[in-house]
Ligand binder design. Structure first.
Ligand code: 5GP
Ligand code: MN
Length: 342
């Protein structure tokens, strides 16, 4: 593990050795996988396949429909859907690569299968403060996506010959989604060298943007419109915004998982709003917390301190086992102490 901005070549060499020796490789990522989680697992899976390996991607739950275009999507084994198959794959693997997460609890109900697997484990990730549950950890929190880190690893490992259009499309997807289509965390010039190379390998970046980021159902658009028009609260004195949606409201708009992706970012467009919180009542007594900020405001600290979570400085989340009204009251109570970060 290193905390600077230079890839640890010794660690890449060890990863290369592990991959070369492994016969049964499982690739996995965090629960509610996003473009970076799926892009990095499926991108690495494709490259390993072209190297003659037979990797299998096991995800804690189903990947979102918005990513069905990713090559290899239909071969993914979601543990929530096929727990027996997933646990057997993890138990019999000799190498498990953990992509885009830094803590075993991020695989949710799959945590025991992962921790009990006798396989050698390697982490490739960009979240702060990686836990030590892997035998090999390649963690670079200053890189904006696991996919960009994976590209640098592949380059250093001499694997770019295997990066065909399909693998490159996976890598591009994660780089794009984790930077909001290159609108934040995206001032590292290396990113654009990588993008140039991916496009030259045949990636259709415009099509990927439209499929991953600009395709919505009518009910999804209406839910987001309702949330902004009717539910957004701005607490100007605290430079804060809150949107809270109850189970009832979600059901009224035919909510399906993924429909509120990106909603939490929208209030940040308002000048003077430094951070934004979205509370979604997923089940009675369970509220998912999402927070985003701009500038130096550390929403990961807020999520660690009050919302049983964590994440990055500008994008974090947590979980509350309580009703929505109680969760709203808790958020309101944190406003004054959060002022210290402004
Ligand atoms: P999102 O708001 O998109 O669900 O999550 C944004 C980021 O916050 C994730 O990439 C992850 O780093 C972090 N995060 C979200 N939910 C949790 C959580 O429950 N626990 C922790 N530790 N981090 C979370
Ligand atoms: Mn990521």
């Amino acid at each position: 593990m290193n905390d600077n901005n230079i890839l640890d070549l010794e660690a890449v060499g060890r990863l290369k050795g592990l991959v070369e020796r492994a016969r049964k490789i499982v690739l996995t990522c965090h629960v509610s996988p996003d473009g970076d989680a799926m892009g990095s697992t499926l991108g690495l899976a494709r490259v390993l396949q072209l190297m003659g390996k037979h990797p299998i991607v096991v995800t804690p739950d189903r990947p979102p429909k918005s990513l069905t275009f990713l090559p290899g999507y239909s071969d993914v084994v979601p543990a929530s859907f096929k727990p027996g198959v997933a646990s057997n794959l993890l138990r019999s693997a000799d190498l498990v690569v953990c992509l885009d997460f830094n803590a075993s609890k991020r695989v949710d109900k799959m945590e025991d299968y992962l921790l009990q697997s006798p396989a050698t484990k390697a982490m490739i990730d960009h979240h702060l403060d990686p836990e030590g549950f892997c035998d090999l950890t390649i963690s670079m929190p200053r890189i904006s996506s696991t996919c960009a880190l994976l590209y640098l690893i592949m380059e250093a490992a001499g694997w770019l010959d295997y990066l065909d259009r399909q693998a490159a499309s996976c890598i591009y997807t994660g780089m794009m989604t984790d930077t909001g289509n290159f609108s934040y965390n995206s001032n590292d010039p290396r990113l654009y060298h990588i993008v140039a190379d991916l496009v030259s390998r045949g990636v259709d970046k415009d099509a990927i943007y439209n499929m991953a980021c600009n395709t919505f159902s009518e009910s999804c658009l209406r839910l987001n419109g309702y949330a902004l028009a009717e539910k957004m609260q701005i607490m100007r004195d605290h430079q804060a915004a809150l949107i809270a949606l109850s189970l009832d409201e979600l059901q009224r708009f035919g909510y399906v998982k993924g429909d509120t992706e990106g909603l939490v970012n929208r209030p940040l467009a308002i000048p003077g709003v430094a951070y934004s919180c979205f509370l979604r009542e997923d089940e009675p007594g369970f509220v998912k917390v999402s927070m985003r900020s701009k500038g130096s405001f550390p929403v990961n600290r807020v999520c660690e301190d009050y919302f049983n979570g964590g994440g990055h400085k500008n994008a974090a989340g947590g979980e509350l086992y309580m009703g929505l009204d109680e969760a709203i009251a808790l958020f309101m109570k944190t406003l004054t102490s959060n002022d210290k970060y402004l």
